[in-house]
Write a protein that binds this ligand. Structure first.
Ligand code: PEP
Ligand code: MN
Length: 346
């Protein structure tokens, strides 16, 4: 249930409503907008039905949230979009993010070289996997802790915030020492205990759509993180499994405008894993940016042909600056530009 306060409602009136919500066993989620304050009452439907707040001072009206995801729903924000601040880089609203880096952290040289190149070109965040979900249990699973150290060094040298995946809650503590954004991989999108742990740890999260997940399932996964009080969540379309075999997955471009209708959270697109082919990454990035994506997460490697993982899809680092320039022209069509309000280095 959403409780919309009157424009002139006082803070005391807001707090009285919050207390009333708690008293029926529900959670109160207060959103202070430019003109209105809205309080989301989240909990058991029976509890929420007992609220009866219509004639409470300061309350204007109540609107039920019809979607099964509540905190992720655009209804709760009354049309406002969430803008995340990742170490000074804004993502969402008019702010476009370019998250770039190798699939896998392989070595010090490969990591630092890629980080320097993407930072110099103007990337917003640096990505790289230290813990890699691999289809084959015999494939390289990442450098683990050593990879995290290399990511920390890349951050120190370039100032770029780090996005890296956590696969197991047991590694969460070590990962959040380094990560500015935790990535939840497509294969873990419905790992609900991991999602709740990430929600509790408070580190911003980027959650990727499962290979065969609906948009509603994706938003319910985001809800697990939001429910724990962690409001810094981005969602990512990375291609879904269809009958087509000419490319690795099918990039669901329609998900971009539809997700933006359903949720206030920033919507990121990963053309690399969808395509599985380098030549498709630019056209899909252009299309995603023009369709209103809030950012792109893309794989870049100094020498992709020798990459340990995802060799066929990683962009060549020396082509990244040209790629970014073209993607930004496309983002501009949708009214977005890179966040320039960068207040950190290291
Ligand atoms: C990745 O980004 O490195 C990755 C493995 O992606 P996904 O979970 O989307 O397959
Ligand atoms: Mn990859």
């Amino acid at each position: 249930m959403m409780i919309v306060m009157k424009p002139a409602a006082t803070e005391e009136e807001v707090q009285a409503v919050v207390e009333r919500v708690h008293s029926v066993g529900a959670r109160a989620h207060v959103i202070y907008g430019d003109e209105l304050t809205v309080i989301g009452a989240i909990g058991d439907a029976e509890h929420v039905a007992r609220l009866e707040l219509e004639s409470t001072p300061g309350v204007d009206h109540m609107v039920p949230i019809s979607k099964p995801y509540k905190l992720a729903s655009s209804q709760i924000k009354h049309g406002q979009r969430t803008v995340l601040d990742i170490a000074g880089r804004k993502i969402g609203g008019d702010h476009f993010a370019m998250i770039a880096g190798p699939c896998t952290i392989e070595s010090r040289e490969q990591t630092l070289e890629t980080a320097r190149i993407v930072a110099a070109a103007g990337a917003t965040l640096f990505r790289g996997g230290a813990y890699k979900p691999r289809t084959s249990p015999y494939a390289f699973g990442g450098l683990g802790q050593e990879g995290l150290h290399l990511l920390a060094e890349a951050r120190e040298q370039t100032g770029l915030p780090i996005v890296t995946e956590v696969m197991d809650a047991r590694d969460l503590e070590a990962v959040i020492e380094v990560a500015d954004v935790i990535q939840v991989g497509a294969r873990n999108m419905q790992n609900y205990t991991l999602l709740s742990e990430i929600g509790r740890c408070g580190c911003p999260a980027l959650i990727k759509r499962g290979l065969s997940s609906t948009l509603e399932e994706l938003l319910m996964a985001a809800e697990y993180i939001l429910k724990e009080g962690n409001e810094s969540v981005m969602i990512c379309e990375r291609g879904i499994r269809t009958f087509e075999t000419a490319y690795r997955f099918t990039l669901d471009l329609m998900a971009i405008p539809v997700l933006k209708e359903l949720t206030h959270l920033p919507v990121i697109v990963d053309p690399s894993h969808a395509a599985g082919r380098r030549d498709l990454v630019l056209p899909m990035s252009l299309a995603a940016a023009a369709a209103g994506a809030d950012g792109i997460i893309v794989e870049v490697h100094p020498n992709p042909d020798e990459a340990i993982c995802d060799a066929a899809q990683q962009l060549r680092a020396d082509e990244f600056a040209g790629y970014l320039e073209r993607v930004l022209a496309s983002a501009a069509v949708a009214g977005k530009a890179l966040s320039t309000d960068v207040s950190i280095a290291g």
